[in-house]
Design a protein around this ligand. Structure first.
Ligand code: GDP
Ligand code: MG
Length: 176
């Protein structure tokens, strides 16, 4: 059987760990300073529930409250990973803004999304509780995972979660 191709966008405020999560997943290492402006696509083959996937992960440079949602991001993707840092309330606000824009652009009620609270290793600096993250994900009917790219905690789970969310929606790119 040929592998299923899945294209996933990593979105979120700057410095939340989007690139670090991808690099940890694809290369198995934690890079302390990765150029924040690079927009790169990473490919990884993974097997999940006896299905082979070719996963293309598009690392975005990040969004803020003023970003206009890029039209190309509303069309081309099977699913979206929306990342905030548990140490940053601002980044938690920004994922909600991104979500609203995303739904406006895609024009569908259900889009496969995983909400990710990263940097759990920095628990002394935590600003957003696990409960708050969970509640937001429930509101969106999205999956929720807390991760540490640094310690490689739940990073694989998070990428599995988005593939499963896409599977639930049959792997169709939502119609316009
Ligand atoms: P991006 O702008 O969202 O792509 O964020 P980066 O992946 O470039 O990470 C921004 C900064 O946060 C870098 O200094 C990373 O080393 C750091 N970082 C990323 N993930 C984690 C994490 O899980 N724990 C800690 N302590 N630092 C992290
Ligand atoms: Mg980055």
């Amino acid at each position: 059987m040929p592998s299923k191709q899945r294209k996933i966008a990593m979105m979120g405020y700057r410095s939340v760990g989007k690139s670090s999560l991808i690099i940890q997943f694809v290369e198995g290492q934690f890079v302390d300073s990765y150029d924040p402006t690079i927009e790169n696509t990473f490919t990884k083959f993974i097997r999940l529930n006896s299905t082979e996937y070719e996963v293309k992960l598009v690392d975005t440079a990040g969004q803020d409250e003023y970003s206009i949602f890029p039209l190309q991001y509303s069309m081309d993707f099977h699913g979206y990973v929306l990342v905030y840092s548990i140490t940053s309330s601002k980044s938690f606000q920004i994922v909600q803004i991104i979500y609203d824009k995303l739904l406006d652009m895609v024009g569908k009620i259900h889009v496969p999304i995983v909400l990710v609270g990263n940097k759990t290793d920095l628990h002394l600096e935590r600003k957003i509780s696990t409960e708050e993250g969970k509640r937001l994900a429930e509101k969106w009917k999205a999956a929720f995972v807390e991760t540490s790219a640094k310690r490689n905690e739940s990073v694989t789970d998070m990428f599995h979660a988005i593939l499963l969310e896409i599977e639930r929606s049959d792997g169709h790119i939502p119609d316009k």
